[in-house]
Ligand binder design. Structure first.
Ligand code: SF4
Ligand code: SF4
Length: 435
C-alpha cells in the first residue's frame, strides 16, 4: 500500500535562528544539524515532538497549524476540543461555559475529544484483557503521535506491540460527523471537523496518518491561536449542559497516567518526557519489562497539558482540571444500543511501518562497512560531544562524515590540530629555505 509522503509540522524560522545549537542536544532523533549559521531539520527524522520549540531561546522553531479562518471553508463547523483546553482558563468554573464559548466564536457544534477517549479506553481495555500471546513485552499506547513516530524511527521491533486502536481525536471526529449528519441532515462533505491541539504532532497525525488511510479530521488549530478569543467569550458565555458529554476519566487523558487509569489496567506504566520514554522503550526492547501489560508513553512532560502549543503552566492546568472534573460522572459515553461508535470504528486500518531514516544503508553488508568506518572516524574525534561542529554528538558527526554530509575538519579540535600542523610545516619549510 502506498504511504503518504513524509510530512512534519515543526519548522525553522531562518531569520530568527542564531545558530546557537541549543536545540541540537535535545532532539531525540538527532534530526537537527547547525551549519552556515542556522539550524536545519532532517525532515525524515523529525517526529514533531516539539522539544526544540520549547528549548529555542529565540523562538526560531514553530509548529505549523491551520489558521482559525479555515473553518469558513465549511458549511457546518465542528470543534473537537482536546481536554487540555479545559485547563487553560483562569476562573473557568465549568466546562459547559467553555464549550458555549466555542459556539460563540464561530463553531456550529462541539464534540469533546474526552468522550472519544472514553470509547478508546474501553477498546484498549478489551485489547489488554483479550491478549492471546504475551511476547514478553507490554502493549503500547497509540495515543501520542510523537511516540508512535519515535517507535517507527528508533524502535521498529516494538511496532507490533502498539495497540491497534485509533486515537481519541480520530474517534471523536468519526462520532461528531455522524451525529451532525444525522441531526442536521447534512452531507459529510459539508461538515468541517477541527481539532484544537496542544501539540504539532497532532497536525502531523492528521496530515500524514500512519495507522489510518485518511484522517477523519479536516483541520488542526493551535490552542494558542484560539486562546484569546475564547478567554474573551467565556465571561459572557452561558452554561449549555447539552454540549457537555464527557466524564472525568475521559478528561483526565490530558495528563500523564490519565489513559492508564481510564483503561483500568493495574499492571501498567505511564511515563512522560521524551528522554524518559526512550529509556523505558529501551528497557522494553531489552526484555527488562516483561512483566508489564500496558505502557503509556507521552512525549511532553505532564502529558498533553505540557504540549508546546498550550498557554498555561502544566501544573496549574492540571490543578484546574482536577477541580473542573470533581463533580463529573466518571464516564458519560453510552453503552449498548446508544453507542455512537462500534468496535470496528475504533480499529486502525493499516499496519505501522518502520521509518528507516536512522538506518545507515538498506543493504546489511554495506551498513556494516559504514558502521566500521564510523567507529574509525569516531576514534579520531575528541569525544567531547560539544556540538560546535553542528552535529549533536561526536558519533553523529562521524556518521555524517561517513554518509557524506560533513567532513572531519568540521570538528573545531581537528581543525585546530590541522592548523597547528600546517603552521609547524610552514615554520620548518622557512627554516629549511633560510639555511
Ligand atoms: S536553539 Fe536551534 S533554532 Fe533556536 S536559535 Fe539556537 S540553533 Fe537556531
Ligand atoms: S520536533 Fe522533535 S524530532 Fe523534530 S527537530 Fe524538533 S526536537 Fe527533533
Amino acid at each position: 500500500m502506498e504511504r503518504p509522503t513524509y510530512y512534519h509540522s515543526v519548522m525553522l524560522v531562518k531569520e530568527k535562528c542564531k545558530g546557537c545549537t541549543t536545540c541540537l542536544k535535545h532532539c531525540p532523533t538527532e534530526a537537527i544539524r547547525v551549519y552556515g549559521g542556522t539550524a536545519h531539520i532532517i525532515k525524515e527524522r523529525c517526529i514533531d515532538c516539539g522539544a526544540c520549540i520549547k528549548r529555542c531561546p529565540y523562538h526560531a522553531k514553530v509548529a505549523v497549524t491551520e489558521p482559525f479562518k479555515r473553518i469558513q471553508d465549511f458549511k457546518i463547523k465542528v470543534a473537537l476540543p482536546a481536554p487540555t483546553l479545559y485547563g487553560q482558563f483562569k476562573g473557568l468554573s465549568d466546562i459547559g461555559r467553555l464549550l458555549d464559548a466555542l459556539i460563540a466564536i464561530g463553531f456550529d457544534d462541539v464534540y469533546e475529544v474526552a468522550r472519544g477517549a472514553e470509547y478508546v479506553s474501553q477498546e484498549v481495555a478489551r485489547r489488554v484483557a483479550g491478549r492471546k500471546v504475551h511476547n514478553g513485552m507490554p502493549l503500547i499506547s497509540s495515543a501520542c503521535p510523537a511516540i508512535v513516530r519515535l517507535i517507527q524511527v528508533r524502535f521498529p521491533e516494538l511496532l507490533d506491540n502498539v495497540v491497534d486502536v485509533i486515537s481519541p481525536m480520530e474517534a471523536a471526529a468519526v462520532a461528531a460527523r455522524r451525529r451532525v449528519c444525522q441531526n442536521m441532515s447534512a452531507q459529510p462533505g459539508d461538515v468541517g471537523i477541527f481539532f484544537l491541539t496542544p501539540c504539532p504532532a497532532k497536525m502531523t497525525e492528521v496530515r500524514a496518518p500512519q495507522a489510518l488511510r485518511h484522517s477523519n479530521v479536516d483541520g488542526v488549530i493551535s490552542i494558542m491561536d484560539v486562546y484569546g478569543m475564547l478567554n474573551a467569550q467565556i465571561k459572557k458565555a452561558r452554561h449549555f449542559p447539552y454540549l457537555q458529554h464527557a466524564g472525568a476519566l475521559g478528561v483526565a487523558w490530558a495528563q500523564t497516567g490519565g489513559e492508564m487509569i481510564a483503561v483500568g489496567e493495574e499492571n501498567s506504566l505511564a511515563v512522560d518526557g521524551i528522554e524518559n520514554v526512550i529509556q523505558v522503550l529501551e528497557s522494553i526492547e531489552n526484555g527488562d519489562l516483561s512483566d508489564l501489560d500496558y505502557f503509556e508513553g507521552l512525549a511532553c512532560v505532564g502529558g498533553c497539558l505540557g504540549g508546546p502549543l498550550t498557554f498555561e503552566n502544566t501544573y496549574v492546568a492540571k490543578n484546574r482540571l482536577r477541580k473542573l472534573t470533581e463533580r463529573l460522572p466518571k464516564v458519560q459515553a453510552p453503552e449498548g444500543e446508544e453507542r455512537e461508535l462500534d468496535r470496528e470504528d475504533l480499529r486502525t486500518q493499516q499496519l505501522l511501518q518502520p521509518n528507516p531514516a536512522m538506518q545507515l544503508d538498506g543493504d546489511f553488508s554495506v551498513a556494516l562497512q559504514k558502521m566500521e568506518r564510523i567507529e574509525q572516524v569516531l576514534a579520531d574525534l575528541p569525544g567531547l560531544d560539544c556540538g560546535s561542529c553542528g552535529s549533536p554528538s561526536c558519533r553523529a558527526l562521524a556518521e555524517d562524515v561517513v554518509l557524506g554530509f560533513a567532513v572531519e575538519l568540521d570538528c573545531i579540535f581537528k581543525l585546530k590540530q590541522k592548523i597547528q600542523q600546517m603552521s609547524k610545516q610552514m615554520v620548518d619549510l622557512s627554516e629549511t629555505t633560510r639555511r
